[in-house]
Write a protein that binds this ligand. Structure first.
Ligand SMILES: [Zn+2]
Length: 845
């Protein structure tokens, strides 16, 4: 429908809520009253509700007529007057297992099934918990009072501290002025650990008692130090008395920044301090730092409407790295940005039809669909990294302080941020950034020597078909040649006589030093040869960048994978984890060119052996005490390559580690456990091992161990076990819906399991939609499929299943993009298969 939807806030502006909830877990039912004081601009107003039964509505104590409108998730109310009114709405509803609104999380302690209640309101699910004007601009203060079927030893927490308990009702202190989507509470049998920041903010970590107490320690330390860092960096105090972090056993997203009560997937908060990989610790730390960055950016100052979601997410995504880099400088956390966010953004943003970072949205399904992690998070963060580099940290601090002072407890738009940063720095940040914010895609800059002159030109880069709309970007070039201007605004740019420049600088020409601007570079033969001749003089980030850009150019058909293959061995002995990350990302991309169990696959495995065997000897299978972070982070790439190559030493080491630890597999070092288990399942698998691992999966509370078991079991080659596994997909007692996508992806990416997984999702799509269709992760099941498929047959099957679903709200863009993604991959494989396989066999000779 083209009709303009009026925001409810335009007609009714709440200032204060009194919310009373009575929640019964036993009967899976809750009821309550939402009393809202606010300013009515017209006599006919609307308030949001979803899945609620509305029992009565009074205005200033008198019953008034109302109409429940489920299609628009609303209650329409006729008021006797405009101006200040107090509405009281009585309602009741069911508790459902959708991981949205108020919902139960299930877990077991010593074989006893238990549950805790938690909430997830972003984006539009506060209306499932109580009637409210559920729009970010509708900020108000909230008094929460909650009663539940409480047993001895249970705890309830919320955004604010509890002030009193009366007749079993828990009353919480009045909140600051805030948006409804940030309200949260949780209750049940919880354990916690608490500490206090230098400035007196109480920090706590809460979890079920299924976890060992020391699993809370890491998070508590990171949360405390992150808040201390932000208070300093933002020059603005943490605005609330406490910052609670709560781990929920069932959780759809990664974590949620509810103000003062952040909720997390258990895997992203709790960890065994004695046996967790460094990589996992880095991930958990960045998730915590991300959510705490939001306590200011998102919570204290909130986007006016969801089109500016990027203001929240792009910023928090950048700040998670800024914060962890400050509190753990030895981790070199920006390297994680370079190996995860950067390639994700560059890949996704190259597909025609991708959304821009700033995107117009109206209805709830659309709002959920804009949480594209590669764009709103990763590309947006990359955009802000560019902005940070332009203005410098001093102006950033000053600009942010002014931004928070001007907008705290209120809302802001992107323009407000640019003007704050622009005022602080004297640079017109907005006009530079708008080319990145408002336009989808990014440029490839072609650098060549033409008639003796070094020249640059920019064009939009596409993987797959793309319509050139003549877009231009303001590109921070960051060249290592001083004569190159800071910003490229035009289509083309002539730098000067190349031979003279080369001679006076004494080094190969390079753009985007540091890989912090969102573009890639195609150097002509002269320039590329010069770079490759000096590749060993390049720092790790520049080496990563060479591999990254060549790989993307090959995906975009501006280069051939056959040209990349002979270059790979040059990087194979690098001790840098980020070079290895880029190397194996490129190498793994070759797998799509070979048919399972063919001579070509055998040759490819030889190439992997050639790349990894010397490093395997150097690093060994077991982590060494006191080894460098780089070695720890490099080992997984090498083991993965060695096992794919069927390297005899690697397989024997993995098998003997398994045998030595057979009776206590969880104690295998988390750095290598997944490789040991996967090797065992793949090469020495049996029903007994399968049963044993699945049982361990059900029983362990260690999320890392769970992930390792999932990766191992989904790699089985036994058709009977694959069928058994797919049969477990809908058994929530074994595989929680929050974890299903990883299992599905594992089986789908397994050559021997693909058919079964593909059949399952097509046959049981309705079940999937009923189970996880209500949340923003749903569309990513389709993304997962598109990341795996690469044959014409699968493309046809994908189209015939998903094309009819294109009109589904929230799926439209995803399906269209994914058809293009698979189609371009199928073309690439068909066109280049022979040349690539020939290059592989030449390189291994
Ligand atoms: Zn976020």
């Amino acid at each position: 429908m083209a009709e303009h939807l009026t925001h409810f806030y335009e007609k009714f502006q709440p200032s204060h809520y009194n919310i009373y909830l009575d929640i019964n877990r036993e009967s899976k039912h809750f009821s309550g009253t939402s009393t809202i004081t606010g300013e009515a601009k017209t006599s006919s107003i609307s308030v949001h509700q979803k899945f609620l039964t509305i029992e009565s509505v009074t205005v200033d104590g008198n019953d008034v007529p109302f109409k429940t409108d489920n299609d628009n998730e609303a209650i329409h109310i006729d008021l006797p007057k405009t101006g200040e009114v107090t509405l009281a709405i009585k309602f009741s509803a069911k508790l459902t297992d959708t991981m949205m609104g108020i919902y139960p999380s299930y877990y077991e302690v010593d074989g006893v099934k238990k549950q805790i209640i938690g909430t997830q309101f972003e984006t539009t699910a506060a209306r499932q918990a109580f009637p409210c004007v559920d729009e970010p601009e509708a900020k108000a203060t909230f008094d929460l009072a909650i009663k539940y079927d409480e047993h001895e030893g249970e705890t309830i927490i919320s955004n604010m501290p509890e002030v009193k308990t009366e007749n079993g009702v828990h009353y919480f202190d009045t909140t600051m002025r805030m948006s409804s989507y940030l309200i949260a509470f949780g209750f049940g049998e919880l354990q916690s650990k608490e500490t206090t920041t230098k400035s007196g903010v109480k920090v706590g970590v809460f979890a079920t008692k299924a976890h060992k107490a020391d699993e809370l320690d890491f998070a508590l330390d990171i949360a405390k130090r992150s808040i201390e860092f932000y208070e300093d960096f933002y020059q603005t105090p943490y605005p609330l008395p406490h910052s609670w972090q709560l781990a929920l056993p069932d959780f759809s997203a990664g974590a949620m920044e509810n103000w003062g009560l952040v909720t997390y997937r258990e895997a992203y908060l709790l960890l065994d301090p004695k046996n967790t990989s460094f990589e996992m610790k880095q991930l958990v730390a960045t998730v915590i730092a991300h959510e705490l960055a939001h306590q200011w950016f998102g919570d204290l100052v909130t986007m006016k409407w969801w089109d500016d979601l990027w203001l929240n997410e792009s910023f928090a995504n950048m700040m998670e790295y800024v914060a962890i880099d400050a509190i753990e400088p030895d981790w070199h956390i920006w390297e994680v940005f370079q190996t995860s966010d950067v390639p994700a953004a560059l890949q996704r943003d190259a597909t025609d039809g991708v959304q821009s970072v700033h995107v117009q949205v109206e209805n709830p399904a659309e709002i959920d669909s804009i949480f594209d992690a590669a764009i709103v998070y990763a590309k947006g963060a990359r955009m802000l990294v560019m902005a940070r580099a332009l203005v410098g940290d001093e102006a950033l601090h000053k600009g942010l302080k002014n931004y928070f002072t001007a907008h705290k407890f209120h809302n802001a738009t992107g323009a407000d941020l640019w003007s704050a940063l622009g005022d602080a720095s004297g640079i017109d940040v907005g006009s530079i950034m708008n080319s990145w914010l408002e336009q989808p895609g990014y440029p490839v800059v072609t650098a060549k020597v033409e008639n003796g002159n070094l020249t640059l030109s920019q064009h939009q880069f596409f993987i797959g078909d793309g319509k050139d709309a003549g877009r231009k970007w303001q590109i921070p070039l960051n060249s290592n040649y001083d004569v190159v201007p800071e910003i490229m605004s035009d289509k083309t740019l002539t730098i000067g006589n190349y031979d003279e420049l080369r001679q006076s600088t004494g080094k190969p020409f390079f753009l985007n030093v540091g890989n912090n601007s969102h573009f890639i570079i195609q150097y002509d033969e002269t320039l590329m040869k010069d770079i490759l001749d000096h590749v060993n003089d390049l720092d790790a980030i520049s080496q990563l960048q060479i591999l990254q850009d060549l790989r993307l150019l090959a995906d975009g058909r501006k280069n051939s994978y056959a040209n990349i293959v002979p270059l790979l061995p040059r990087f194979a002995d690098s001790h840098s984890n980020i070079v290895n990350a880029a190397l194996y990302r490129a190498a793994n991309n070759l797998k799509k060119f070979v048919t399972p169990k063919s001579p070509e696959e055998k040759a490819l495995k030889e190439l992997f052996d050639k790349l990894s065997s010397a490093q395997l000897d150097r690093l060994g299978f077991a982590p060494k005490a006191g080894e460098s972070n780089d070695d720890q982070l490099t080992r997984p790439y090498i083991l993965s390559a060695g096992l794919y190559a069927e390297n005899a030493d690697a397989m024997a080491s993995a098998h003997s580690l398994f045998k030595e630890n057979e009776n206590h597999l969880a104690d295998l070092s988390a750095d290598v456990r997944v490789f040991v288990l996967r090797n065992e399942v793949k090469n020495f698998g049996s029903q007994a091992l399968f049963d044993k691992l699945l049982d361990a999966y059900r029983k362990t509370s260690d999320a890392s161990y769970k992930q390792d078991i999932c990766a191992a079991l989904t790699s089985t080659t036994d058709p009977k076990l694959i069928a058994e596994l797919v049969g477990k997909f809908e058994e929530a007692d074994t595989i929680k819906p929050q974890d299903l996508r990883a299992w599905f992806r594992g089986v789908l990416a397994n050559d021997d399991g693909q058919q079964a997984a593909w059949d399952w999702i097509r046959n049981d799509w309705q079940w999937l939609e009923d189970t996880v269709g209500g949340d923003m992760e749903f569309a990513t099941y389709i993304t997962v499929i598109s990341s795996v498929f690469h044959t014409p047959q699968r493309l046809e099957e994908f189209k015939s299943f998903f094309e009819p679903k294109i009109p589904t709200p929230g799926l439209t863009r995803e399906i269209k993009m994914d058809i293009s993604v698979i189609d371009s991959r199928v073309q690439l494989v068909q066109d280049e298969k022979d040349a690539v396989n020939e290059a592989v066999s030449k390189t291994v000779k």
